[in-house]
Unconditional design. Structure first.
Ligand code: DC
Length: 208
């Protein structure tokens, strides 16, 4: 079974994807991490993330980079969003994601275009979302817990900018697949959101 979990930044899609993978005993790939590695590699190369050739060259990042905690930073998230608009970058990362999706026994992948481009045949497609204000609040809380104090308004602005770029790009824009189940987590706690996702997968596989 392939489970595709797409959605905007800080929607809870990563948490839900990991929980689904653990619950159903499937391997999980956070595809955002690949784009983050490209963004970080561009930075290490001292290159411009908006330059398609420089971004493509950065797709040759070493696998060790995927374990670097710096990939989780807001700054690298922004760079990832910028390199991800280049079609050549998306093509370069395609095979790796596709092969992961097609492995025997199935997989859970989370990202922006899993249900639409990487695995359009996925048995279950979830589109996890929440309001900008709620996503900003969650991100703010997360950062505060790590000792980083950034004004909530600045986070809200960054999230809105990232949404606009991820949804507005020409190649594989962020949007729900026509057959995706939209899960709005604005008013759901972590456990309730996971529960709703598990129920959706079970309902879908019972129908298959
Ligand atoms: O999920 P994330 O915040 O780690 O993703 C970082 C950026 O990577 C996101 O703003 C857009 C890009 N991305 C993408 O274009 N396609 C994906 N499947 C995953 C991420």
């Amino acid at each position: 079974m392939i489970i595709a979990v797409d959605g905007p930044t800080a929607s809870g899609k990563g948490t839900i994807a990991r929980a689904l993978a653990a619950h159903f005993g499937l391997p999980h790939l956070d595809t955002g991490l690949l784009y983050r590695a490209v963004g970080r590699q561009v930075q290490l190369n001292g290159a411009d993330p908006d330059d398609p050739e420089a971004a493509l060259a950065a797709c040759a990042f070493g696998n060790d980079l995927l374990d670097d905690a710096i990939l989780r930073s807001e700054e690298v998230g922004g760079l990832a969003s910028r390199v991800s608009v280049h079609p050549a970058v998306r093509r370069a990362l395609y095979e790796r994601q596709r092969a992961f999706a097609l492995q025997a026994g199935g997989a859970v992948l989370d990202g922006r275009d899993i249900g639409t481009v990487i695995a359009p045949e996925a048995e279950v497609k979830l589109f996890v979302t929440a309001s900008v204000a709620e996503r900003a609040r969650r991100r703010w809380q997360e950062m505060k817990a790590r000792g980083i104090d950034v004004p909530l308004t600045a986070i809200e602005r960054d999230i809105a900018a990232r949404d606009a770029r991820d949804m507005g790009r020409e190649d594989a824009p962020l949007r729900p697949a026509t057959d995706a189940l939209v899960l709005d987590t604005t008013h759901l706690g972590r456990e309730a959101a996971i529960e709703a996702a598990i129920t959706a997968v079970l309902a879908k596989s019972a129908r298959a």
